[in-house]
Design a protein around this ligand. Structure first.
Ligand SMILES: CC(C)(COP(=O)(O)OP(=O)(O)OC[C@H]1O[C@@H](n2cnc3c(N)ncnc32)[C@H](O)[C@@H]1OP(=O)(O)O)[C@@H](O)C(=O)NCCC(=O)NCCS
Length: 178
């Protein structure tokens, strides 16, 4: 069952994120790896900033969480984590599908360039990597992350974003016509 998380789920969300983030150990750059990966204060800040967490519940326990955040004209999928023993069983795909169904805006997802399993997961679910140039622009526009993290991250976008973006690129130059 997929349900909205509330304040009572805070410790569980915190625990799931930090357990699943152990997958990053030895993979993402050492200088980006904190312990815990997401401290409570940072999680509180993310929620205060508008990240809404949804959870996948099995036997009355949350086993996976995923956040959704509207920023400007896009929706971001944030902090996708499934408890380690429950990974690779379709939970992430169900959460992603539910969250994507909640928005009509183009959807963007940022993740670590070295987390190839996560990139593959999003690609299998219809997302595509944007170019390096576009990634830098999007991370600066829609995320609040340090420069170093921009270097070590990638951005994936859904079909809607690519359609709009290509439409913008190929649309006639307005100043030429005005
Ligand atoms: C990424 C994550 C959220 C996906 O959720 P999930 O429930 O495991 O994914 P699903 O079962 O729906 O999808 C499985 C697909 O995801 C990828 N995947 C998920 N876990 C994997 C693993 N341990 N090893 C390799 N690929 C994995 C694969 O592409 C897999 O499909 P395949 O086996 O046919 O290649 C989850 O694996 C996770 O929490 N990983 C660790 C933290 C992380 O990387 N989070 C992403 C933050 S942006």
């Amino acid at each position: 069952m997929i349900r909205l998380c509330d304040n009572r789920d805070f410790e569980t969300v915190y625990s799931i994120i930090n357990e699943a983030a152990e997958a990053y150990i030895g993979i993402i750059p050492q200088d980006r790896l904190k312990d815990p990966y997401m401290p409570r204060d940072e999680l509180k800040h993310e929620i205060a900033d508008g990240v809404v967490f949804w959870g996948y519940e099995e036997d009355k326990e949350l086993t996976g969480v995923m956040g959704i955040q509207n920023v400007g004209d896009v929706t971001l999928i944030r902090h996708a984590y499934v408890r380690t023993p429950r990974q690779n069983k379709g939970i992430g795909a169900k959460l992603l599908s539910e969250l994507c169904g909640q928005t009509n805006r183009p959807i963007l997802i940022g993740t670590w360039a070295d987390a190839i399993w996560a990139i593959r997961f999003y690609e299998k679910n219809g997302f595509r990597l944007v170019s390096m140039e576009e990634k830098k622009r999007l991370l600066k526009k829609y995320w609040s992350i340090p420069g170093r993290q921009v270097e070590t991250s990638v951005v994936l976008a859904d079909q809607k974003w690519f359609q709009l973006h290509q439409a913008n690129e190929t649309s006639p130059n307005r100043s030429f016509h005005s």
